[in-house]
Design a protein around this ligand. Structure first.
Ligand code: TMP
Ligand code: ASP
Length: 237
């Protein structure tokens, strides 16, 4: 692809975004920086950027094949990817299959409890407010998204859950929960954006229950670098 990379537009906690010569495409660069608790805890996970870039791209391509539109365009190298330029919908869209994390704290349900049906949850994407839990009426009232967009996002989020559960089960990993972000193309079309990685999903080994995700870092348990490599090895060989 004959695209040149231009100035940095934005730097987030885990990624940088650069403009390109194509107004409809940006380049994402994945860093090794890791944060928890809305940036309160800071560290690095060696080669996390490589794992998350490669994994997210592979997973998004599989989701595209399953009919879910994503921002993925082209992987340039281990840490850099061209993606479609979107305006991010300021919602963290969380799907849960098994109780963990904030759900266990909020609901008093023990970690590991399987749900009868998957749970969809929205947070308002705002670090200063600690990404507060909201429902779709908040999103409508504050014009974070329209009803039509919320319907589309809901449909895609459950479809991602079904596909991702299968993809992970094939490599003996149980998909506990995950967070998605969606974006709007210039014409308003909603597509899946951001990333799908051990930063944004809870992955447990289906046999041992071993955690293979960022909870190792969040909880200071150690072993996160090896866990990220293990997920990449299982999915990409
Ligand atoms: P939670 O149980 O802490 O709400 O997390 C639910 C899922 O969302 C889990 O797979 C981790 C992911 N997540 C993020 O991607 N970013 C975040 O800032 C948080 C808090 C969770
Ligand atoms: N997004 C959180 C933070 O900003 C990290 C996490 O828990 O995933 O620190």
């Amino acid at each position: 692809m004959n695209i040149t990379v231009k100035e940095q537009m934005y730097e987030g906690k885990a990624k940088q975004v650069f403009a390109t010569s194509d107004p409809e495409i940006v380049m994402v660069h994945y860093k090794d920086d890791a944060t928890a608790g809305d940036g309160e805890k800071k560290g690095t996970i060696h080669d996390k950027g490589i794992v998350n870039n490669r994994l997210s791209n592979a997973l998004m391509q599989k989701l595209e094949e399953a009919g879910i539109p994503t921002h993925f365009v082209e992987e340039i190298n281990d840490r850099d990817t061209f993606v479609k330029k979107v305006e991010i919908v300021p919602l963290e869209v969380i799907v849960r299959n098994v109780a963990a994390g904030h759900f266990t704290l909020r609901m008093g349900v023990p970690e590991g409890t399987e749900f009868k049906t998957p749970i969809l949850e929205f947070s308002y994407k705002n670090d200063d407010l600690h990404d507060p839990f909201i429902n779709h009426y908040y999103a409508l009232a504050l014009e974070l998204a329209t009803q039509e967009e919320i319907d589309t996002i809901t449909k895609y989020a459950f479809a991602v859950n079904e596909e991702l559960k299968k993809i992970m089960a094939d490599v003996n990993i149980k998909l506990i929960d995950f967070k998605l972000e969606f974006g709007r193309l210039a014409d308003g079309t909603i597509i899946l954006a951001d990333e799908i990685s051990p930063d944004t999903c809870r992955f447990w080994d289906a046999t041992t229950g071993e955690h293979l995700d960022k909870d190792l870092f969040r909880r200071g348990l150690g072993g996160e670098e090896a866990a990220y490599q293990e997920v990449m090895k299982r999915l990409l060989g």
